[in-house]
Structure formats: C-alpha cells, structure tokens
Design a protein around this ligand. Structure first.
Ligand SMILES: *[C@@H]1O[C@H](CO)[C@@H](O)[C@H](O)[C@H]1NC(C)=O
Length: 215
C-alpha cells in the first residue's frame, strides 16, 4: 500500500517533469535512478539527427537495402521507443540483421509517457524493495531487465505478418493483429496501429497508439 502510494507520488512528479521538458528531451529525468542506463540511448538519439537518404548502409545488408536499424530513429513520434531498442542488445542486433525479418510495434512517445508507470518500473520491485528499488548497480540491472521485457514484448520476429497470424514476440508473449471497425489493431489488448510508415528490406515499423501489455 505504502509503496504504491509512493510510486503514485513519484509518477505524478515525473509526469509533471515530462510535461514541462518534453520539448527538450523526449524522456525527462525519471524518478528511477537508473537514468544513466536509460537515458543514454535517448541522448544518442538526439545527437544523431535524422538524415534521410544519407545512409544506405550497404555494408550491413546484403542487397544494399535500407534496414530497420537505419530508419527507426528517423520517426520523431516514436523516438523514445527507438532509443530503447538501441539499449537492448537482443533487439538492436536483430534490427541490424538484414536476413532476419521483424515487425517492430513502436508505441508513440505520447503512449509511453502516458503509461501508468515507467517501462523500467515494476510494482513488484517497489513492493519487495521499497522506493530505492532502482538504486545502485543492482537497481540499474533490475531497471534494464524490466526495460528489456518491455521492448521485447514489442518486437515480432516476422515480416510479412499476416492478419490473424499468431506469433510469439521476442519477449515470449503471443500477439496477432486484425481489423476492428476498419482499424488495424494489435491483439490481445485492442491497441490501434496508427500508421505503418516504414517498410524496409528486413521488415516494418508499425506505430502504435498504445503500449502492449508487457507484465
Ligand atoms: C523478408 O521480407 C522481405 C521484404 O518484405 C520479403 O521479400 C521476404 O520474403 C521476407 N522473408 C521472410 C523469410 O519472411
């Protein structure tokens, strides 16, 4: 109970931070102290401006095609999630692989900042360890594991991905998609796909209105 209230309080604080500094930094200083770990990809993201048409990286893909890792950072509306993918080895390696196709389900920045908790926070950690759950090296490791679970739940190791085709995400959850009321939705959870701007040699990036359940 107490841990939950503390969490709620810190979330309110960090949401305020997010609201005020969202222009400057996609992900404001988190309440969790694992910031060095988690902000680094974001900073990288800012340091690397989108330069369309500047990097075909033909050395990375056999046929000279552009691949997901080249383009995922270019879409500003998902740059928080794009930063996360670079922080998780299993995912960044996959997106650099030209022979493994992937459908990345990338929640909008607004969907991530609206989450009831940060992607690297787990209520169970607060319940077990209190509000210092993400302090120190073990806390950072814990936050990184939680973030990995979040990101891997949004990576579908298939492309093309047919309607109704059930697939296991890198995180182990089973997902599929279907049209509902004329809208493409990810199931379970009925999360709307707002657009599919990127189709490249090793798959697609789908932009989601919400985050998938990753607990
Ligand atoms: C990978 O994606 C490309 C481009 O969409 C497609 O031509 C190819 O058949 C896919 N490969 C597999 C194994 O799904």
């Amino acid at each position: 109970m107490k841990a939950r209230r503390t969490l709620a309080t810190s979330l309110v604080a960090s949401c305020l931070l997010l609201a005020t500094s969202a222009q400057l930094l996609p992900l404001a200083r988190p309440a969790a102290p694992a910031k060095a770990d988690i902000q680094s990809p974001i900073k990288q993201n800012i340091a690397l401006p989108p330069v369309p048409g500047n990097s075909p990286s033909s050395d990375m893909s056999g046929d000279g095609g552009i691949i997901i890792s080249d383009v995922i950072g270019r879409e500003r509306t998902i740059n928080i999630f794009a930063g996360f993918t670079r922080d998780i080895d299993s995912v960044s390696k996959r997106l650099e692989h030209s022979s493994e196709n992937t459908t990345v389900l990338a929640p909008l920045n607004s969907a991530i900042t609206k989450l009831p908790r940060k992607p690297w926070e787990d209520p169970k950690d607060y319940a077990a360890l209190g509000q210092n759950a993400y302090d120190g090296q073990s806390g950072e490791d814990r936050a990184h594991r939680n973030l990995r679970r979040f990101v891997e739940a949004h990576v579908v190791p298939a492309s093309p991905w047919e309607e109704g085709q059930k697939v296991e995400t890198l995180g182990g959850s089973t997902v599929w998609w279907e049209f509902k009321d004329g809208k493409k939705t990810i199931q379970p959870g009925n999360v709307e796909v707002s657009s599919v701007p990127q189709k490249v040699a090793n798959g697609e990036v789908w932009i989601l209105d919400g985050a998938l359940n990753y607990a």
